[in-house]
Design a protein around this ligand. Structure first.
Ligand SMILES: [Zn+2]
Length: 232
């Protein structure tokens, strides 16, 4: 049933009796969107595009600032060799598009079913204080740099079985223990052969950390999975 925002529920804004859209819900719940100033929220309501992809779908790259609401998106390098960024619920990326005209498309892959809100950068820039935007961009860039450094060290040092466990652990933290994903997607994310990822997930299943189903991975023992994961 479609939820309505008209009911005077505490802490929930009334939106005039119209059906509560995914954008409305995101504006209330998304970690970044809900903190934005009212005039920016109005623009998100007006111009925000709600998008979805099923597990395994690819997207050549959003043209605006992206606010992930559910699921997990893997961002790849331009040659699509390996994942260089993992974005789950509450993540926002593409701030550079609100500050510069430089386009830097990032190929995206849905690791599980995913939904997000997208808004053109110049719309956002027109409604935001430039100092606030620069602060958010700088913070985001530092977070990405820190994560890339950790991933680079992980790829260089940690064996594939431990990295495989870690990717499953990270996905489960973001989206829950029931993952509609495949071993092939995990392998693509790590930039390794599917057979290598397959051997790793079978070992995790034998160990009781996960159970494998067709097109799904269920984390059955998070503590056991965490012990096997490299933790990066
Ligand atoms: Zn690692």
């Amino acid at each position: 049933m479609t939820p309505f925002c008209a009911a005077p529920v505490a802490d929930r804004p009334v939106t005039g009796g119209r059906p509560c859209t995914e954008v409305d819900t995101a504006l209330e719940e998304h970690a970044v969107l809900r903190l934005m100033p009212d005039r920016a929220k109005d623009l998100v309501r007006q111009y925000g595009r709600s998008r979805r992809m099923d597990c395994g779908d690819q997207y050549p790259g959003p043209t605006g600032v992206t606010f992930v609401t559910t699921g997990a998106l893997a961002a790849f390098d331009r040659r699509s060799l390996a994942c260089v960024g993992l974005f789950g619920p509450g993540a926002a990326f593409g701030w550079d598009r609100a500050l510069t005209s430089r386009d830097h498309p990032v190929p995206l892959l849905a690791l599980v079913d995913v939904a997000w809100i997208e808004l053109e950068g110049d719309h956002l820039a027109s409604a935001m204080d430039p100092v606030w935007l620069e602060h958010v961009f700088a913070r985001h860039a530092l977070d990405r740099l820190e994560r890339l450094e950790a991933d680079a060290a992980c790829n260089a040092v940690h064996p594939i079985p431990h990295r495989t466990a870690n990717w499953i652990r990270r996905l489960a933290i973001l989206t829950g223990p029931e993952l509609r994903t495949t071993q092939g997607l995990i392998a693509r994310t790590m930039g390794v052969q599917r057979t290598s990822a397959h051997a790793a997930v079978k070992a995790l299943e034998r160990d009781g950390a996960i159970r494998l189903f067709r097109g799904r991975i269920r984390v059955t023992d998070p503590a056991r999975l965490a012990r096997f994961a490299c933790g990066c």
